[in-house]
Write a protein that binds this ligand. Sequence first.
Ligand SMILES: NC(=O)c1ccc[n+]([C@@H]2O[C@H](COP(=O)([O-])OP(=O)(O)OC[C@H]3O[C@@H](n4cnc5c(N)ncnc54)[C@H](O)[C@@H]3O)[C@@H](O)[C@H]2O)c1
Length: 403
Amino acid sequence: MTDQTRRTFLKQAALGAAVLAYPSSTVLGANDRVRVGMIGVGDRGNDLLGQVRKVPNVDLVAMADVYSRRRDQAKSKVPGIQTFDDYRRLLDMKDIDGVIVASPLHIHVRHFIDTLAAGKDLYAEKTMTWSISEADKCLAAAKNSNRVVQIGLQHESSGALVDAKQLIQDGSVGKVTQVESWMSRNTPHGKGQWVRPVPSDCTAQNVDWSAFLNGRPDRPFDPFKLINWRLFWEFSGGNCAENMVHQIAWIMSALDLPLPSAAYMSGGVFSEKDGREVPDTIAVTLDFPKDIVVTWQSTFSNRHYELGDRILGSDGTLEHHFEEPIQYWPEKTNRPSGEAMTGKTHDQDHMKNWIDCIRSRGTPNAPPEIGYRSAIAVHMSNLSYKNKRRITLEEAKAITPEY
Ligand SMILES: NC(=O)c1ccc[n+]([C@@H]2O[C@H](COP(=O)([O-])OP(=O)(O)OC[C@H]3O[C@@H](n4cnc5c(N)ncnc54)[C@H](O)[C@@H]3O)[C@@H](O)[C@H]2O)c1
């Protein structure tokens, strides 16, 4: 492909053109080494770097990050790794099979679409995108490619999900009308959740600031925002995008739920008034067409109940806590002889599941469809919060989100 055709091609992909002929990569044998690159290797990227290096027969050969500190860190961890400040140079490498993207939320759409357009398989961190229209473009791009795409929703690889689906499908749970879920954390007084110190080498010389801004209004280098992008709407989706997305994806998968019909979210910046924009205290209600209401609550000022999901059915109750087996209790009203159960299925390694699918060309545990549905639930909730009212799916699709 010439530079000109590649540019046109990428432009079409960015516009979400309906049908594209994606380049295909070489077909790998079951024992062939998979060559992987990474884009955005900060906190989460470093976790994923450790995970992918543990998968047998994988070579991590390249990474791209706009901040020199991250490139130096990667070089010290992975001997011989090639590093780039511009991710497009990494995508130009013909011998990379798959790319892991762990950049900030507002850049996901670019990295997602360009990675597929370059013919690479993709592991894309959640939340799939920053907005609904971007999620539409990414889903279309994934559907029009023959690439293996895993979204970084690792709860989708849990044994608890397999067991929950089984108990729901075999009737043990009965008719489900309500699901409650929650996520809570705490921090020492005066220290806001998520706030990270700015390293002394985080300077305009060491960072490609305009690549980070990715089309957001230009301004002088702001190291606090680069490091703490999560606190600000123009780059972030707040705690719904950071944490609710994992739980709502799990609940939607367990119950095979379509997109929510409406969302209502209340809350505010109550725990630490430290200049952040995104709320730290949240109550979300999601209505679903199948006569189910799902609630999600979150606080950053108390961690007693930590994180969990409860599926309430006419014949039984399911309770799920992160990285623990599912618990089931029968409802004696409708299942007098039912017995309590604890799930037995082991978790799968989410990263290895992606690599296995790169070889088999199978569908990973968290394909773009669940990335999409969970992203829409996140964005509907945030739009409700910002507009201070209940928002239907149709309304949410028509709103252009503001920073
Ligand atoms: N699945 C999970 O459990 C989980 C956990 C934490 C974070 N995440 C997700 O991972 C993503 C990253 O979060 P984080 O905490 O690692 O953020 P981070 O700020 O620590 O890391 C992001 C990295 O991307 C780099 N970057 C910024 N702009 C770039 C660009 N244009 N091109 C290339 N690199 C660029 C930054 O320099 C930084 O190193 C987010 O989407 C977050 O929601 C997922």
